[in-house]
Design a binder for this molecule. Structure first.
Ligand SMILES: Nc1nc2c(ncn2[C@@H]2O[C@H](COP(=O)(O)OP(=O)(O)O)[C@@H](O)[C@H]2O)c(=O)[nH]1
Ligand SMILES: [Mg+2]
Length: 454
């Protein structure tokens, strides 16, 4: 069962093979879409690429019907162009193929030229990378009367390296489609879990920007046409010679047969030449388109460059503006910061001043307090001193008075003593005088020279 499919996911599967292989039949059976046109004869119905989607296993499965390179109504280059347009478009939309179912009718008794050419074209379109997503599928088994015969043909397809052998060696898988929806869904279920891959043609056209003629598939068609041109020219020359011989031999019947043959070869040659010319014109046209596209790309590139330059300049200007704005903001911020610091300093200075003043006031108060205390102490000590002095003075006075009193008392005592002594002396002198008088000697004794000092 598929694992990688999920809701909303698209599984893209291309159905390829020669006209008549059963591509449209397969798609109609699997999708159940009766609108898919299945051919009833040898003429092809699928001349254009057509997509048919249906819901399956929770995913949208899109089957893509492609024209074969043996289309009865279109040339190989037209078919290639049709396929290139579709593959390029889906590649640009990032829609890669999860699988390619390459159909081949098992009723084909042998590998005819168109089957081989178609397979070569398929190889060129697909490349080696996407081969692991390729189912080489045999169809129309119900039409084979002898199953064993069908199996022999299938085995021959796989064993022949020029046909499916090499592709199987390189990763493609052999499958069978039994003509029923169930059988078709079995194939799709196996492809759903594949890793989608790009085809070589998508890479060459979209990524490498080659023209269709320059792609491997385009080169293959071109080489085929050159080979055809050469082959038909040689065929015509040979028929020409045969015709001359018939004329020489006067074989009118043979000459007519050869002339018819030559006319057919001539027609084929003209067709090949025509297609080759168309291919060349297509190439020239594509080259012109590519040149115009290149020119447009160049102009777009220049325009983009100019726009990028403008954007760059704008971005530069914007950057400058932002830088200036930032610088301005920084400057303002710095100014704010400076102002804040200044204010802070001023506030701090004011606070310091206030504190100083407060301190000075406190000191002053302290000093005043101290001075007051000192003065009070001084006053007190002065008063004490005065008191002491007064006390001392009083004591001195008392002392002096006492001394004076004592002196005075002593003086008085001394004076009294002197008086007493003087009176004693007087008394003594009078005594002497009186005694002298009596003996008749008179002398005058004055106060004797002695005295008593105190
Ligand atoms: N029975 C049977 N017929 C088939 C099968 N595939 C294709 N056909 C018939 O083969 C013819 C060509 O088929 P178609 O799908 O148109 O081929 P296309 O050119 O590859 O698209 C048609 O008549 C189909 O009915 C098949 O698997 N079984
Ligand atoms: Mg068809």
């Amino acid at each position: 069962m598929p694992t990688s499919a999920g809701p909303g996911k698209e599984i893209l599967i291309a159905v390829m093979g020669v006209t008549g292989a059963g591509k449209s039949y397969f798609i109609r059976e699997v999708t159940g879409n009766s609108g898919v046109e299945v051919s009833s004869g040898l003429h092809s119905c699928t001349s254009k690429v057509g997509s048919y989607s249906f819901e399956h296993a929770g995913a949208k499965v899109t089957l893509v019907d492609t024209p074969g390179f043996n289309d009865t109504t279109r040339t190989d280059s037209e078919v290639l162009t049709e396929i290139c347009d579709w593959t390029s478009e889906t590649f640009k939309e990032n829609r890669l193929l999860s699988g390619i179912i390459y159909l081949h009718s098992v009723t084909n008794v042998r590998m005819d030229g168109s089957s081989v050419k178609n397979l070569r074209m398929f190889q060129k379109l697909c490349g080696r990378g996407a081969l692991r997503n390729v189912f080489l599928t045999t169809t129309q088994w119900s039409k084979v009367t002898d199953q064993a015969e069908g199996e022999i043909r299938e085995r021959a397809l796989c064993e022949e390296r020029n046909f499916w052998g090499l592709l199987i060696e390189r990763g493609a898988t052999l499958q069978r489609f039994h003509g029923t929806r169930e059988s078709g869904l079995k194939l799709i279920d196996q492809l759903m879990s594949n890793q989608p891959e790009a085809l070589d043609i998508q890479d060459q056209i979209v990524t490498q920007k080659r023209t269709i003629v320059e792609t491997d598939a385009g080169q293959f068609i071109n080489a085929e046409l050159i080979a055809q041109e050469k082959k038909y020219k040689e065929e015509i020359e040979s028929l020409e010679r045969e015709c001359q011989a018939a004329i020489k031999e006067k074989d009118e019947e043979m000459r007519e047969l050869i002339a018819e043959e030559r006319a057919r070869a001539q027609k084929k040659l003209e067709k090949a030449v025509d297609e080759k010319r168309r291919l060349e014109e297509m190439h020239a046209e594509e080259m012109r388109r590519r040149d115009i596209e290149k020119q447009r790309d160049e102009e777009r590139r220049k325009e983009e460059q100019r726009e990028t330059q403008e954007k760059l300049e704008k971005a530069e200007a914007e950057k400058r503006r932002k830088e200036e704005q930032h610088a301005e903001e920084l400057r303002k911020q710095e100014e704010r910061e400076e102002r804040r610091i200044r204010e802070e300093r001023e506030r701090a200075a004011a606070e310091a001043r206030r504190l100083e003043e407060l301190h000075a006031v406190q000191i002053r108060e302290q000093q005043e307090r101290e001075a007051r205390i000192r003065s009070e102490e001084q006053e007190k000590s002065t008063a004490d001193l005065k008191l002491t002095t007064e006390l001392h003075a009083a004591q001195m006075r008392e002392q002096q008075e006492r001394e004076a009193r004592i002196r005075s008392e002593e003086q008085a005592t001394a004076a009294a003593e002197r008086g007493r002594l003087q009176s004693m002396n007087q008394s003594l002198l009078e005594e002497i005088r009186r005694k002298e008088k009596k003996r008749g000697i008179g002398f005058n004794i004055g106060p004797v020279g002695f005295g008593i000092d105190f």
